[in-house]
Design a protein around this ligand. Sequence first.
Ligand code: DAH
Length: 351
Amino acid sequence: MESLLQQIDGYKAEMAAFTALNAEEVELFRIKWLGTKGLVKQIMGEIKQVPNEQKKAFGQLLNEFKLFAEAKLDALQGDNMAAKVQAPSSHSKDDLSLPGDSVSVGSRHPLSLVKNEMVAIFKRLGFAVAEGPEIEDDWHNFGAMNLPEDHPARDMQDTFYIKKPIDGNGPTWLLRTHTSSVQARVMETQKPPIRVICPGKVYRNETISARAHCFFHQVEGLYIDENVSFADLKQTLYFFVQEMFGKNVKVRFRPSYFPFTEPSAEMDISCLICAGKGCNICKHTGWVEILGSGMVHPKVLENFGIDANKYTGFAFGMGVERITQLKYQVNDLRLYSQNDIRFLKQFTGVV
Ligand code: DAH
């Protein structure tokens, strides 16, 4: 009995001192001590020789010994896993202690930033967003907007035609030249009161330069209800400009002509680039045109069965590129679509 206790103590000391360098050594430890023919099993068999009155106490001792061996094995297995993670074997090419590659975060396109801001401002005034197709028929882009086929103002729009019927039958397909086509789509499906803005891409057959492009973006606005007046139009647009550019910016309205509005006006703001002193952007006038607008022409309302004696409305359309140019001083339209990372990166973090 005495010698058994000594043996157990000796075994414990041996196990406690044991260290393993790799998984194979851990496995050898397991086989030696806890395997089916291991020393723990062997010594547990010794209980047979112990006198009955000591069996209980000795049994407890043996149990503790077994738990000791299992705990040691657990510890060895844990250490071995940790060692694997920290120090890769010499076969591995990867040094896992090196810092990771940094992930470069993209940025929103400046036109998206400005478009989102425009939408947010008009939403605060209760406008909902409406969208329409970029491939349009002649009626929605021109006819419904009071631009019949022989109208001279059509020439100004440099239209990309996709399909013109040879015999005059069937629809003419084109790339929409303005987002005013979405006004038509909204009036076709909704009854007044209507209060929508329509952001989207438009196309015109222009030679690409710093000042012109064959596609660009517009935001259209349409408000139809009873008693909508020109004063509402002015105040809405004035609010927009102040929200977009700050309280110090000045605005002015100039009479203009659009077939779909009567009366029509263009709106200028004081040049933000030169603060009104005169520069290339404002062509040395101190003013920059930012939008076209007017009271919706009664003919347009009637095209959609809206009673022009009961309802009036205003509409406006502006270019997102122009607003972005003034906001971020981008002086070449081509930059927007060249995808030059040095340009796009300047907008990182702007939301
Ligand atoms: N559609 C015009 C254009 O592309 C812009 C415009 C002017 C839209 C006056 C309007 C408006 O709704 O009332 O040049």
